[in-house]
Design a protein around this ligand. Structure first.
Ligand code: FE2
Length: 240
């Protein structure tokens, strides 16, 4: 049996990532899969990216926030996001990323796949069909059926919606670990999943654990970033 730590939508929340690392430390993890959105909304993008650069057993893809950061760094104009407080967070991140971490981000694909115990596993930020698709667990069953149809993968690991779920539709397993670093549901705790795979069995368990939220709030304060994000982290809620 192989054990995979499934995480994503970290959004530079390194204190939450460290809390997960401490929690799973005693367990043997064969692989770490990250569904993207390393960056933006908290102040630890370098620590977050560095953590993955040091993990030879990690697999990561880019999310929409990472792609926007790379766009800014190319000198392109940003039409979205429009909200000033969001733009501040994007421009702060792009101005503070270290060159080696920019290089790492640039090296990552927008989706990927691997095989474990002969089971093909796809990794997507949105979905296999669209990297920006926000796939909630209550999306019509027909949508999951469409995505499962003709898919070469038995397991789809996805992020972007920030909602943890696990569904099996037409034999395809859809897993979203929820968000490590930017919670939308009013629960400020960090979210992740453990996927266990053997030739006979696929099992998924989700976790919500506390982490030092004030470390994120202090990082925002220290850098004079918009107070609305401090409120969001404390409440675990999207307010803009
Ligand atoms: Fe995200």
């Amino acid at each position: 049996m192989k054990k995979i730590l499934v995480i994503g939508d970290i959004h530079a929340n390194y204190p939450a990532l460290k809390a997960i690392q401490c929690y799973v430390r005693s367990d043997r993890i064969d692989r770490i899969v990250n569904t993207g959105d390393f960056t933006v909304y908290s102040t630890f993008p370098n620590e977050t990216i560095q953590w993955f650069r040091e993990k030879s057993n990690s697999i990561s893809i880019l999310g929409n926030t990472d792609r926007l950061i790379l766009r800014i760094l190319k000198g392109r104009k940003l039409s979205k996001p429009r909200k000033e407080e969001k733009r501040i967070m994007y421009f702060w991140t792009s101005a503070n990323l270290l060159p080696e971490n920019i290089t790492y981000l640039k090296s990552l694909p927008e989706q990927t796949y691997f095989t474990l115990c002969k089971i093909p596993i796809g990794v997507f930020h949105g979905s296999i069909a669209d990297k920006d698709e926000t796939l909630f667990p209550d999306a019509p069953e027909s949508r999951f059926r469409q995505l499962a149809k003709d898919s070469p993968y038995r397991i789809h690991i996805m992020g972007h919606s920030h909602v943890p779920y696990y569904k099996i539709v037409d034999g395809v397993h859809f897993i979203n670990p929820g968000s490590v670093g930017r919670m939308f549901d009013g629960d400020p705790r960090t979210s992740f999943a453990i996927l266990k795979v053997s030739p006979e069995k696929i099992a998924v368990e989700h976790f919500r654990i506390p982490y030092p939220v004030e470390a994120v709030v202090n990082g925002l304060k220290k850098n004079d970033l918009p107070a609305i994000y401090m409120k969001m982290y404390r409440k675990g809620k999207k307010l803009n």
